[in-house]
Ligand binder design. Structure first.
Ligand SMILES: Nc1ncnc2c1ncn2[C@@H]1O[C@H](COP(=O)(O)OP(=O)(O)O)[C@@H](O)[C@H]1O
Ligand SMILES: O=C(OP(=O)(O)O)[C@H](O)COP(=O)(O)O
Length: 538
């Protein structure tokens, strides 16, 4: 790394508002309790950030958390859709409230409804200033400072206009608005390598530090960058556009590369000239450039020879045998095995939803994984969310056989979905991995690939901005220069401005206990916080 990493341990956080970027990009599911609530399906990423949250609070800081969830912007129309049940943050705030025993409050989002006369470039995202204009944010910050709540949890940062457009005016405005909420910025989101406003631009405007998880992940990253050989990398999943460009350098670094998921489908289409249902032409082009035409990839790639083709996109959720559902209900019987050796230009395939487990008996694959001394796994091999589990479970078993041997490899799993599926499909191996000092579970998978691509973690913008290479004085001056949220911006009229001044001085005092209070928190200074922040039901 070029400069020294500024660490959260090195800063006095007493009474400071600490803006914390976490990677709580988790999948939401309906609660099994039948209470209609959305809950987190796997809390690994949230749990991993708890030491940093504890450290902030223990050191006297007052946290405001922000994360992205999912990719809510439509690839084609570029519009953002906001779906609290799918990519909202309330379920996470509720989880933290229960876990830490204090309230994590979230500002209520008012979506833009009137689209009439909208500019074409308007992406439908929300403005952060709305929470200041109606006084919500001032009230919550006052509650936070007075320790009436334990933290604030912002809505999904990808719902905000400008989050992914740091270099433009809307991005700069969002960065200023984020920075103006806080005294210090902490980045604990190792998994969120993309230099967006909440991971990069805001860090330039505040004194900024690496959280404990970020530090732990960066340490583990060094072991991947200096692998014990032979080094096998297995990369799969669906994020073709952000992962595929890293694979040339991953191939240069490793001794064998194995692909799966949509990335492998795109590769097969490009290499053998076949059409596979559901695979975007754009992804095939990317595969042609970054995989098929790349000598390094050609040299190292070991093709998995057999795949699972299905007429339907849905599987039944069992672990099939040779691509066949073991219980064979009629509707899932339309599944067959496809062999790569039979792929000919012009062939048309239906959905290829998985890698068949028989592929893991292929001699080259067995030999590579069995003898590996370092294995990197960012790999959900099939469409697991639709019930195609065979390829992912088969891979876990193959790796388990290595780690169970007398000379086991260092194994690095990374990726939100990779870890979630590892835990749910191979719980025994997952528990072993948690205990095994030779195995490390990264919260992010794309980041690990990106660091391999650029050669060192310090070259990622989101890490570089946390090092002392960046001039702190300049950064803070920058913030003052650009600080634009004056009272006039925050409040529409003079009266409100006067009313709200108190909040900014933190003079909201809890006066009377009103357990049944139904008033909006902004208009009420009673102490019944459970009524005002009622675990944010969906
Ligand atoms: N053949 C396939 N077709 C459609 N989706 C797939 C396929 N293979 C894997 N996936 C999906 O890819 C997702 C994981 O992709 P990605 O986000 O890139 O992984 P990670 O979070 O581990 O980095 C999973 O939800 C899985 O269901
Ligand atoms: O899930 C994530 O990465 P991963 O799928 O590579 O593990 C991170 O939250 C980053 O998400 P992004 O790739 O949409 O920026």
């Amino acid at each position: 790394m070029g400069g020294f990493l500024r660490r959260i341990q090195d800063v006095d956080l007493r009474e400071k508002i600490v803006l914390v970027r976490v990677d709580h990009n988790v999948t939401m599911i309906e609660s099994k309790k039948g209470d209609g609530l959305t809950v987190i399906s796997d809390a690994f990423r949230v749990e991993s950030s708890i030491p940093t949250l504890y450290a902030i609070i223990e050191r006297g800081g007052r946290p405001i958390l922000m994360t992205h969830v999912n990719r809510p912007r439509d690839k084609k129309t570029k519009k953002i859709t906001m779906d609290e049940k799918r990519d909202g943050t309330k379920a996470i705030a509720r989880y933290l409230s229960e876990k830490l025993g204090c309230v994590f409050a979230s500002p209520r989002v008012v979506e833009k409804t009137d689209k009439a006369g909208e500019e074409e470039e308007d992406d439908g995202g929300i403005e952060m200033s709305q929470f200041f204009k109606d006084g919500t944010m001032q009230t919550m910050i006052a509650d936070l400072k007075a320790r009436r709540i334990g933290g604030i949890y912002m809505p999904n940062v990808r719902w905000f206009s400008g989050e992914e457009r740091g270099g433009e005016e809307c991005g700069a405005r969002l960065a200023r608005e984020m920075a103006n909420m806080a005294d210090v910025f902490v980045n604990d989101a190792f998994g969120s390598w993309q230099p967006h406003v909440s991971t990069f631009d805001v860090a330039k405007l505040l004194p900024s530090y690496a959280g404990l998880l970020m530090q732990r992940e960066l340490d583990a990253m060094r072991r991947v960058l200096e692998p014990v050989r032979p080094f096998v990398a297995v990369v799969a999943g669906s994020k073709v556009n952000t992962k595929i460009g890293t694979l040339i350098n991953v191939a240069k670094k490793c001794d064998a590369l194995i692909l799966g998921g949509v990335i492998y489908n795109a590769y097969l289409s490009a290499k053998y000239g076949v059409k596979i249902k559901g695979v975007d032409e754009e992804d095939v082009e990317l595969a042609r450039t970054h995989l098929v035409n790349a000598e390094e990839v050609r040299e190292k790639l070991l093709e998995l020879p057999t795949l699972v083709e299905s007429k339907e996109i849905d599987g039944c959720g069992c672990v099939p045998v040779d691509g066949r559902c073991t219980t064979m209900p009629k509707e899932y019987d339309d599944v067959r095995l496809v062999h790569v050796k039979d792929m000919k230009p012009g062939n048309e395939h239906s959905f290829i939803n998985d890698v068949a487990s028989i592929s893991y008996s292929d001699e080259k694959i067995v030999q590579a994984v069995r003898t590996a001394k370092t294995i990197l796994v960012n790999a959900v091999m099939g469409y697991t969310s639709k019930g195609f589990h065979e390829g992912t479970v088969g891979l876990d078993e193959l790796i388990h056989n290595n780690t169970d041997s007398s000379s086991p490899a260092n194994v690095f799993f990374g990726g939100g979905d990779t870890l979630q599926e590892f835990k749910s499909l191979s719980p025994g191996s997952y528990l072993n991995a948690l205990e095994n000092p030779q195995t490390y579970l990264f919260t992010g998978g794309g980041t690990v690939l990106k660091v391999i691509e650029v050669g060192e973690a310090g070259k990622l913008d989101i890490v570089r901005v946390l090092t002392d290479e960046e001039d702190e004085d300049e950064r803070i001056q920058d913030k003052n220069k650009t600080s634009s949220l004056t009272d006039a911006d925050l409040y529409d009229d003079d009266e409100k401005r006067e009313d709200r001044k108190g909040d900014k001085e933190n003079v909201l005092v809890a006066k009377i206990k009103q357990p049944e209070c139904n008033a909006d928190r902004v208009n009420c200074d009673c102490s019944d916080l459970n009524a005002h922040y009622p675990h944010q039901r969906l």
